[in-house]
Design a protein around this ligand. Structure first.
Ligand SMILES: [Zn+2]
Length: 369
């Protein structure tokens, strides 16, 4: 995960009213919300999001009490929720361009380059916390598998988050603060370099066995084959200078002693292989392949004379490869130096430079390993 600063949302201008046709407009009035312009069925966005939240709270109460009856209020809530959710989708999706300009086109969780299919990811899932469904401060960028994994679970649940606030009836703002504090999010956790590094290891009998630092960044390690159908990567890795072959994975390692980082493990399942019939989630395979591409690139670059131009080319290769945290982990373990500066330090500061928006803009660099 790359720690990022999402900024103040310049360029994202969500509209503050929604307009509905008669059914949704009538139902909103039935529920007690006053239109701003009755003839156009126009309501404030704040009221619409409040109605959506009321729907969710009522739905949870109904699940809890196993209530099956359909009151007029419930029927109206279901109808307006669907109408509101539709329009809210057209609002938050307009954040994709300003977010891409701010952060570069990479998934904020797994680090894949996003050449297409850039998704606006709600840190607090909109189904449980609709109040923040159009708020810039609740957005990061994500790839389909990360957004899908997270969206499917709608984690954390409201009941879970309420416990974290230590209050019986917390406000939505208090829930937001508690959820932000409970996890290491890309836009709030500068310790990601240290608490969630990437490491390489064998896969043997269903277990992952980490290589030593020098084994994992031996510049002669190479990939032998990858399989799209199983997402398995077979490589040749030098152990005590003897080449060994087998299945390898570059996994994100979550520091167990840091609860907010460890909590991220189950949030987007970055180390998932999944069932082999579904080849959609290629995140770990792509990260493992990226590890070996990085080794190959730094092998070449460590043999040429480093100057401003060759260094810039290396950064450009990193931009194309993506997987920023894999770059940082490999460079950190390989301990290469450019004049007196460690490559990893120079990589992080130069690639984050605001003057180079084509690289990794607005990376938070306060805790480089
Ligand atoms: Zn992702």
């Amino acid at each position: 995960m790359r720690p990022v600063n999402t900024g103040n949302g310049a360029g994202y201008n969500p509209r503050d009213t929604l307009s509905f046709k008669s059914t949704a407009s009538d139902n909103l009035k039935l529920l007690g919300y006053c239109p701003i312009d009755n003839t156009k069925g126009k309501f404030s966005l704040t009221d619409c999001l409040a109605a959506w939240l009321r729907y969710r709270q009522t739905e949870l109460e109904r699940i809890h009490s196993k209530k099956k009856t359909k009151s007029a209020t419930w029927t109206a809530l279901v109808q307006v929720k669907n109408a509101i959710e539709n329009q809210v989708g057209t609002i938050y999706k307009t954040a994709a361009v300003p977010l891409s300009e701010q952060l570069g086109t990479f998934c904020s969780y797994c680090g894949q380059p996003l050449y297409t299919s850039v998704e606006v990811e709600h840190v607090l899932p909109k189904a449980n916390y609709p109040t923040f469904s159009t708020s810039w401060k609740n957005f990061v960028l994500a790839c389909g598998p990360c957004n899908g994994k997270k969206g499917k679970s709608d984690k954390p649940s409201r009941s879970e988050a309420i416990l974290w606030t230590n209050k019986t009836n917390p406000t939505e703002g208090e829930l937001y603060t508690a959820i932000r504090a409970h996890y290491s999010w890309p836009d709030t956790q500068p310790m990601a370099y240290r608490w969630m590094p990437v490491r390489l290891g064998w896969v043997k009998n269903g277990s992952w066995i980490e290589f030593s630092a020098s084994e994992s960044v031996n510049l002669n390690n190479i990939i032998l084959s990858t399989s799209l159908s199983t997402r398995k990567v077979i490589a040749q890795v030098y152990i005590n200078n003897i080449p060994k072959q087998g299945e390898v994975q570059a996994q994100v390692v979550y520091d167990k002693s840091k609860p907010t980082a460890f909590a991220m493990k189950g949030m987007v399942n970055l180390n998932l292989i999944g069932n082999t019939a579904n080849t959609y989630d290629r995140r770990m395979m792509n990260r493992t392949v990226a590890w070996f591409h990085i080794l190959g690139l730094i092998k070449v670059f460590s043999q040429v004379k480093m100057n401003a131009q060759t260094w810039q080319t290396l950064l450009l290769m990193a931009r194309v490869t993506g997987f920023y945290s894999t770059w940082v982990s490999v460079l950190n373990l390989s301990n290469l130096k450019f004049d007196q500066t460690k490559w990893v330090d120079k990589f992080v500061s130069d690639s984050a430079s605001f003057k180079n928006p084509d690289f990794f803009p607005n990376t938070v660099t306060t805790d480089v390993p």
